[in-house]
Design a protein around this ligand. Structure first.
Ligand code: NDP
Length: 433
């Protein structure tokens, strides 16, 4: 605790993983002898840097940039960049730590890392976003590379920002190194399905859970929090599979639309106009905008939190259970607090943790890297099938591992143990480094 003082989210993420590892350590004394757990909790490298930039009024602004290169036992560091005012080292470390296990679970050869800045993109002009991204990359470029560290997007970093970051990387290095970033545009090295991947992936994961009960999304009532990249495509896939999403949110409040969320309108409000969610209601009078309450009060069969960490607490979990919700699948990273997870266990709600359920984004980034390396581009259908196959694999690996270690049905234990063992074995093989 003292070693990482004040990093509450990092502590939370580490506790959650270590809680599952008792049976693993008991079975594998070699991990303890080689201090695998201690080494896994210590990033290989942490980079913190100054990001100065000039706003539209000519005023110099200053932000802090981060890249935590956590673990490269399985492959180059891989994980997104987050631009949000709440970003500090503890958030980047929690995300980077989670990423190690998530990437391991996908079965692809990628290590774990994460980065970002306390820059707030809200209300900034396109030119300001570009200047910020250019300044950020002017330092970051020396630490990343196709075989070293491959960033992608996260909160506040989408296709536009990846474009400006890639442009500056290319300019500084004079190399068209497509594999240095993922989430690129389709005309400059991006992969089909990457934009949709995390949202589709979490729904595919929930579909696998439903299949174990002989059920499907058909006719299910679903609540999705957030209205960013992950949320929008989760809504789309739920609708394609016959379910109905009745509520989505942003940081200003949530909307309830009993006719089912109109996806084209939502995309127009959030992706095109970059406006607040309340705008949706102006064009859809039957919908309601609600503020000062929580989206988890809306009754549903399945809840898919896709906004941010700790957005769903113990009280929310009780309300979900009371209203008959039976599945919570995390599209965001660690959106459910430890109290919430406890309530899920007590009330029989099946809980799919983010490191398994939202692995579709990074998995498709892995597929983008494969296409870049072979100078190929795959069709939407082929790539989506690969994504679905990977999510099925992650789901089955969690359940099988949970069974093997005496915690049947626990996706959390299964994900933590399966993700851990692969990385631990690679670390053992690579020696004390
Ligand atoms: P976006 O920036 O596209 O969207 C984030 C959404 O969450 C917005 O609707 C935003 O609302 C809302 N939000 C953010 N912070 C808060 C907050 N403090 N309170 C309430 N709402 C908030 O990000 P993504 O969709 O890419 O990411 C969402 C989550 O999914 C994150 O946890 C991310 O780490 C995780 N994730 C993303 C992946 C990806 O491929 N993009 C991959 C795996 C996980 P507002 O606009 O008002 O801020």
């Amino acid at each position: 605790l003292q070693r990482n003082a004040g990093e509450a989210e990092f502590h939370q993420a580490v506790h959650e993983v270590l809680d599952s590892l008792g049976p693993v350590v008991a079975k594998h004394p070699e991990y303890t002898n080689a201090a695998i757990i201690q080494r896994m909790c210590e990033p290989e490298r942490q980079i913190i840097f100054r990001v100065p930039w000039v706003d539209d009024k000519g005023v110099t602004q200053l932000n802090r940039g981060f890249r935590v290169e956590f673990n490269s036992a399985l492959g180059p560091y891989k994980g997104g960049l987050r631009f949000h005012p709440s970003v500090y080292l503890g958030i980047v470390k929690f995300l980077g730590f989670e990423q190690i296990f998530k990437n391991s679970l996908t079965g692809l050869p990628i290590g774990g890392g994460k980065g970002g800045s306390d820059f707030d993109p809200k209300g900034r002009s396109d030119a300001e976003i570009m200047r910020f991204c250019q300044s950020f990359m002017t330092e970051l470029y020396r630490h990343i590379g196709e075989h070293t560290d491959v960033p992608a997007g996260d909160i506040g970093v989408g296709g536009r920002e990846i474009g400006y970051l890639f442009g500056q990387y290319k300019r500084i290095t004079n190399r068209y190194e497509s594999g240095v970033l993922t989430g690129k545009g389709l005309s400059w090295g991006g992969s089909l399905v990457r934009t949709e991947a995390t949202g589709y992936g979490v729904v595919f994961f929930a579909e696998e859970i439903l299949k174990t009960r002989g059920e499907s999304f058909d006719g299910k009532r679903v609540v999705v929090s957030g209205s960013g990249n992950v949320a929008i495509y989760a809504v789309q896939k739920v609708h394609q599979l016959g379910g109905k999403v009745v509520a989505v949110s942003d940081s200003s409040g949530y909307i309830v639309d009993e006719d089912g969320i109109d996806l084209d309108l939502l995309k127009d409000v959030k992706e095109v106009r970059r406006a607040r969610i309340e705008e949706y209601v102006k064009q859809r009078p039957q919908a309601r905008f609600i503020t000062g309450s929580t989206i988890w009060n809306v009754p549903c069969d399945i809840a898919i939190p896709c906004a941010t960490q700790n957005e769903l607490n113990g009280d929310d979990a009780k309300v979900l259970a009371y209203n008959g919700c039976t599945i919570v699948a995390e599209g965001a990273n660690m959106p459910c607090s430890p109290d919430a997870v406890k309530v899920f266990a007590e009330t029989g709600i099946t809980f799919a943790p983010g490191k398994a359920a939202n692995a579709g984004g990074v998995a498709t980034s892995g597929l983008e890297m494969q296409q870049n390396a072979s100078r190929d581009s795959w069709t939407f259908e082929y790539t989506e099938n690969r994504l679905q196959e990977i999510m099925r694999g992650v789901h089955d690996r969690c359940l099988e591992t949970a069974d093997d270690y005496g915690v049947p049905g626990s996706y959390t234990a299964g994900a933590n143990i399966a993700g851990f063992i692969k990385v631990a074995d690679a670390m053992l093989a690579l020696g004390v480094i």
